[in-house]
Design a protein around this ligand. Structure first.
Ligand code: NAD
Ligand code: FE2
Length: 381
């Protein structure tokens, strides 16, 4: 038996922020970052509230560390807010989810009754609808994925006007994170008819609209389509799970200090090739179910796809093209990262990647020797 459920109410499209007008006379904590606070986005959000006492916690930083979550818990305790609003990219929303969950544990369930809104300002993580939060243990240099159904935000507000200020690099990285969510969910061992529907729509929206949003950040229609696609991809992977690309992105992202979406963007083409077993697939009778499924995605994108091998190759080609159009290189070395020590650390890194919970739903059985080879390849070694 499988389950597909989502408990988040999603308000989307231009003007979606108006939903906040229903929050009246409450004690509100806004969890955000310094850029959002300084650029006026936090004020814009707060201006939609009616007669509320507002506290702003703007200490979140990208790939949020445990220390930020601890400071947020303290802030929540001090201000005794009953409503929490997370405003920002995945880092702000994840931090808010962790703060809310930890406060709940500390206060014996009191925080569970809090109203909570997730308002993404990047289009990528889908964190506004997922039960996951990724926190970084900076001392150990590893990412800690937290998972709990209680972490699903009750309300998500997808207002494309909030994403317009995203610089091209953030648009590219977060957009490729969303594409990775959709594609990994689509071929994961947990994939199902419901998650497939979300993933297919997300992939077709992203392949059409992400390059447009990258080229013209003020194109509100493109922003809206990419924003919706990111949320659909979140719903897909929340049900189906992810795969080895995320396992390696968490590992190398923490080790090399590369933003999450950018790490996924670089690794994704290699993992698609690996999971589809492209070296043998299609030319013999041994082509995998994964390759056949990816061929379906290629057809959906109107790519040549006479055989699974042709379909998968074309899909990889499209991802490579999107990456290069958005200035994302093919390896971490080409990105300018110092990868010289990776060769000596590769054994340990492969173990960390394989232990990442996202890898449990990877469609191909993951062998350590293969992960080591892949880690070296993506690093350009
Ligand atoms: N919870 C999940 O299910 C999930 C899934 C994937 C990734 N993640 C996590 O999410 C984090 C990445 O989130 P992200 O990709 O959204 O980036 P981010 O939240 O780290 O933001 C990146 C940068 O973009 C800036 N920014 C955000 N919105 C902006 C806007 N509208 N205009 C200008 N600048 C803006 C931020 O201030 C920040 O400096 C990572 O920690 C990753 O591990 C979580
Ligand atoms: Fe991700």
């Amino acid at each position: 038996m499988k389950e597909f459920s989502f408990s988040t109410r999603i308000f989307f499209g231009e003007g979606a922020l108006d939903r906040l007008q229903k929050v009246k006379g409450k004690n509100v904590l806004i969890v955000s970052d310094s850029f959002m606070a300084q650029s006026g986005v936090v004020d814009k959000v707060a201006s939609h509230l009616t007669d509320c006492q507002v506290t702003v916690f703007s200490e979140v930083v990208p790939e949020p560390p445990l220390t930020v979550v601890a400071a947020g818990v303290k802030c929540l305790q001090n201000c005794e807010a009953t409503v929490m609003i997370a405003v920002g990219g995945g880092s702000c929303i994840d931090a808010a989810k962790a703060i809310r969950t930890l406060s709940t544990q500390i206060h014996g369930g009191k925080a569970e009754v809090m109203e909570c809104f997730a308002i993404p300002t990047t289009s990528g993580t889908g964190s506004e609808v997922t039960e996951y939060a990724v926190i970084t243990d900076t001392e150990k240099g590893v990412k800690i994925p937290l998972a709990s159904r209680a972490m699903r935000p009750p309300t998500a507000i997808l207002d494309p006007s909030l994403v317009v200020s995203s610089p091209p690099s953030v648009t590219a990285n977060s957009g490729m994170d969303a594409l990775t969510h959709a594609l990994e969910a689509y071929i994961s061992t947990g994939a199902n008819d419901f998650s497939d529907a979300m993933a297919e729509k997300a992939v077709s929206l992203l392949c059409k609209w992400l390059p447009i949003a990258y080229d013209d950040g003020e194109n509100l229609l493109a922003r809206e389509k990419v924003h919706n696609a990111s949320c659909l991809a979140g719903l897909a992977f929340n049900s189906a799970g992810l795969g080895l690309c995320h396992g390696m992105a968490h590992t190398l992202g923490a080790r090399l200090h590369v933003p999450h979406g950018l790490a996924n963007a670089i690794i994704l083409p290699y993992i698609i090739r690996y999971n589809a077993d492209l070296d043998t697939g299609g030319r013999t009778s041994k082509f995998t179910e994964t390759a056949a499924k990816l061929q379906r995605i290629a057809k959906l994108l109107y790519l040549p796809s006479t055989t699974p091998v042709v379909g998968v190759s074309q899909l990889i080609h499209i991802i490579d093209d999107m990456n290069s159009e958005m200035n994302i290189p093919k390896t971490f070395k080409a990105l300018g990262m110092d990868v010289k020590d990776i060769r000596t650390e590769v054994d340990e890194l492969a173990e960390i990647a394989m232990a990442d919970t996202t890898v449990t739903t990877n469609p191909r059985e993951v062998k350590k020797a293969d992960v080591k080879k892949l880690l070296l390849k993506v690093c350009g070694l």
